[in-house]
Structure formats: C-alpha cells, structure tokens
Write a protein that binds this ligand. Structure first.
Ligand code: 5GP
Length: 125
C-alpha cells in the first residue's frame, strides 16, 4: 500500500538535496540526519528515501524489510554518536505529534534520557 502525499514533504526535499541537512548516515533506501530542533543530546531523524509511506504502520505493512533496515541504521547511529543505547520514536498521527507525514523515526540518545519517558517527548504532552 502506498499513500504518498501530493506535495513533497520536507524530508523528500532533504532526500533530493533541495534542503540542506546534517546527514549522518545513508544507504540506498534510508537516510539519517540531525533533527533541526533537537530534544536530546543526540536527536537524529531516520527516514526512507521513498515517500510512499506516511507512517510506520504503512511501512510495516508495505515493506517490513525496509522498516528493519531503518531500525538497523538507527542502531548504528546510536553506536556511533552515543553509547549504543537509544530510544526510537515513531510519532504516528497528528494527535501523537506527527508533523511530517513521511515515515521517520526519531533516534534519541544521550545520558539525559535516563529516567524514562519524559514529559514533552510527544508534542503537546
Ligand atoms: P514529527 O513531529 O513528524 O514526528 O517529526 C518531525 C521532525 O522533523 C521534528 O522533530 C522537526 O524538528 C524535524 N524537522 C522539521 N523540518 C526539518 C528540517 O527542515 N530539517 C531537519 N533536519 N529537521 C526538520
């Protein structure tokens, strides 16, 4: 199932190099870059180069191997930029804080994450 939006998302424009980003990892099908508004010492967005999936539910149904690749890239980033441990957040739907409807994970890492799911992790919490 594909459900790409009519207008290119900001992440599609980053993939196309139309918008600059601090890219930290890239494979044939996945790209990762620092979030423009970091919420943790390490806050990296990992997304698919395809804009076919608006959220993790669509990706899991449509291309589970690509979801697994995205998770592997996230793990590599946490190992490279932090101690290898990380929180992986997929905001799914506007009421859960999703603002960019192009499937992506937030890789959050760094020692300030100790203490569990903190207030403010989701927009509007
Ligand atoms: P969402 O709220 O959809 O889960 O996550 C979207 C994320 O994309 C937000 O954390 C936001 O800061 C980030 N973001 C939005 N626009 C840009 C941009 O132009 N560049 C980068 N690097 N991050 C962006």
């Amino acid at each position: 199932m594909t459900d790409s939006p009519a207008e290119p998302t900001v992440f599609e424009r980053i993939v196309a190099r139309e918008i600059p980003a601090r890219i930290v990892a890239e494979t044939d099908r996945v790209i990762a870059f620092h979030d423009i508004a970091p919420q943790a010492p390490v806050h990296v967005i990992v997304t698919t180069k395809t804009a076919a999936y608006r959220d993790v539910v669509g990706l899991a149904q449509g291309d589970p191997a690509l979801l697994a690749e995205l998770v592997a890239v996230a793990q590599g980033i946490a190992a490279e930029l932090a101690d290898g441990e990380f929180r992986l957040v997929f905001n799914t739907g506007a009421s859960a804080g999703q603002t960019v409807f192009h499937v992506h994970a937030h890789v959050l890492a760094g020692n300030s994450l100790a203490g569990g799911l903190e207030e403010g992790t989701l927009a509007g919490a």
